[in-house]
Design a protein around this ligand. Structure first.
Ligand code: TXE
Length: 479
């Protein structure tokens, strides 16, 4: 199936009639083509957004809210179709796309459709000076949203929904590896009555289409989720143009397990936080540190559970782990397993490519647990972003805190303990934007979301996202 750009409410071929193959990771076959959009297509999208802005930015909050909530309703009505498209494009289990990806994309629209009606600004009465200051939070204009392949529609809409709720018009680019649900979203936006030009979706390579968005002199803000090196590149291009930037980048998150935790809950959640979505979530707890007194037991129980996970075709109901997103990504993850062997790592389970009957060319890999000898080894320091975790024991709180923080990333951390003092000490001192205690990936869309260090700058979520997508202006009136 071929897809098209969505510009000014219409579906269009790329100007230069250039196309990229789209692969189905479950069988390795090309199943369609996507536009290889050029700077000309981005310009067309920009112009359409710019024209729409004067009216959309003045549209009442009630009307904006109703349209966003209508998009959410339509996504829910089309759950099966969207979930099937997401699973086919990405390789993730259909059950996961149905339970998580598409419902969350709908929630993003519903949440920001409601949030915008509650978004307010401050006033400061300057007592003794006969003046009042008030703050305006005005839409920026045309903004760019660039998203990755791991949670395609989920992360695409996490940016678009607050951007348009706040009154901006958008030029958006989904990952070229997983463009399908973004394409289908255009149709839903038209049905929901989103005025033409408010959202424009251009497909294509990061280095060409994405680059044209970040270089565009009149696209004033960029919200990006993706790899850390791409984030650094975007910052280099955008900073001299004084663009507003929100960068949500990679992670290498510690999962710290103490002997006093609720063991069964911890064990089941740790399997999920290690391998959900084939380990391709920036929040996955890929570095597991276990208190020495329960290390042996944990190792035995964890490996047994991981071995029981079924790797299979994404649409098979029994599948726990689907296909990795692409061949180059599978190769990258496999390479890390080889690196582990050269670093005195012990592969406790997994490590091999899986051949699924009938889908022999799919990108399947066994869930892999590596026991490491040192915190500093590459497999424990670099983002692998696949079904691979490391485990190692620790003795004291101070020691595990030091190891957890000794990494260039700082997105999330998970802590398993029932000790309050320890919880407070560690959650205060872990270098991360998000700390989960006795749970993982429990999300409340009102909370700030983002990382420190090489995991990015800025926060998404709740009013933080609405603040990002608005310019703040203070007005001082002397009376
Ligand atoms: O991401 P890229 P890739 C990590 C993960 C993964 C690595 C690389 O470790 O292995 O990043 O993945 C667009 N100007 N994460 O290469 O390239 C690109 O088209 C503008 C973590 O697939 O960063 C896509 O839409 N845009 C992550 C988006 O950036 C550019 C999720 C992300 O792609 C561009 C995914 C450019 N010059 C990967 N170059 C997370 N934080 O969740 C690329 N893009």
């Amino acid at each position: 199936m071929n897809i098209q750009n969505y510009i000014n409410g219409k579906f269009k071929n790329p100007k230069q009639d250039s196309w990229i193959d789209n692969f189905n990771p479950s069988n390795g076959e090309v199943y369609g083509q996507i536009p290889n959009s050029s700077q000309e297509d981005v310009e067309l999208a920009y112009k359409s957004a710019k024209t729409a802005f004067s009216s959309w930015s003045k549209t009442t909050l009630d009307k904006r809210s109703r349209i966003l909530i209508k998009i959410a309703d339509l996504l829910e009505e089309n759950l099966q179709r969207f979930a099937e498209a997401e699973s086919k494009d990405n390789g993730k289990p259909l059950s996961l796309a149905k339970a998580v990806d598409i419902p969350r994309a709908a929630s993003n629209f519903r949440f920001f459709g409601n949030a915008i009606t509650q978004f307010a600004s401050e006033s400061h009465e300057s007592i003794g000076q006969d003046a009042i200051n008030y703050t305006l939070r005005q839409p920026i204009g045309v903004v760019g949203c660039i998203s990755p392949w791991n949670l395609p529609l989920y992360l695409f809409t996490w940016k678009i929904a607050p951007a348009i709720a706040a009154g901006n018009c958008v030029v958006a680019k989904p990952s070229e590896v997983t463009p399908m649900t973004a394409y289908l979203l255009g149709e839903i936006c038209n049905k929901a009555g989103l005025p033409k030009g408010v959202l424009n979706i251009v497909h294509g390579l990061g280095t060409q289409t994405g680059q044209a968005i970040i270089e565009h002199k009149d696209i004033k803000a960029i919200s990006f989720t993706g790899g850390t090196s791409t984030g650094a590149h975007i910052a280099r291009v955008a900073a001299p143009m004084f663009k507003k930037l929100s960068l949500e980048l990679g992670g290498k998150n510690p999962n710290i397990i103490f002997a006093d935790c609720d063991y069964d809950d911890m064990l089941n959640t740790t399997v999920r936080s290690s391998f959900a979505n084939q380990g391709q979530i920036c929040l996955c707890g890929s570095r597991i540190f276990v208190e020495a007194s329960i290390y042996k037991k944990f190792k035995t129980d964890f490996v047994a559970k991981v071995k029981a996970l079924k790797v299979g075709h994404p649409s098979d109901k029994a599948t726990n782990i689907g296909a990795l997103v692409s061949k180059p990504h599978l190769e990258k993850v496999k390479e890390y397993i080889e690196i582990a062997k050269t670093e005195n790592g012990t592969i406790l389970c997994g490590g091999n490519k899986v051949t699924v009957k009938g889908f022999e060319n799919g990108y399947y890999l066994e869930p892999t647990v590596i026991e490491i000898a040192s915190n500093d080894c590459r497999v424990n320091q670099e983002e692998i972003f696949g079904p691979v975790v490391t485990i190692m024991p620790f003795e004291t709180e101070a020691q595990v805190l030091e190891m957890a923080n000794k990494v260039k990333y700082g997105l999330s951390a998970t802590l398993w303990t029932n000790n309050l003092k320890r919880t407070m000490m560690l959650s205060n001192n872990l270098q991360a934007g998000i700390v989960w205690v006795n749970t993982w990936m429990m999300r409340d869309l009102r909370t700030p979301f983002g990382g420190v260090k090489a995991s990015g700058v800025g926060r998404e979520g709740g009013f933080e996202a609405l603040r990002f997508f608005t310019e703040t202006k203070n007005v001082c009136i002397k009376y």
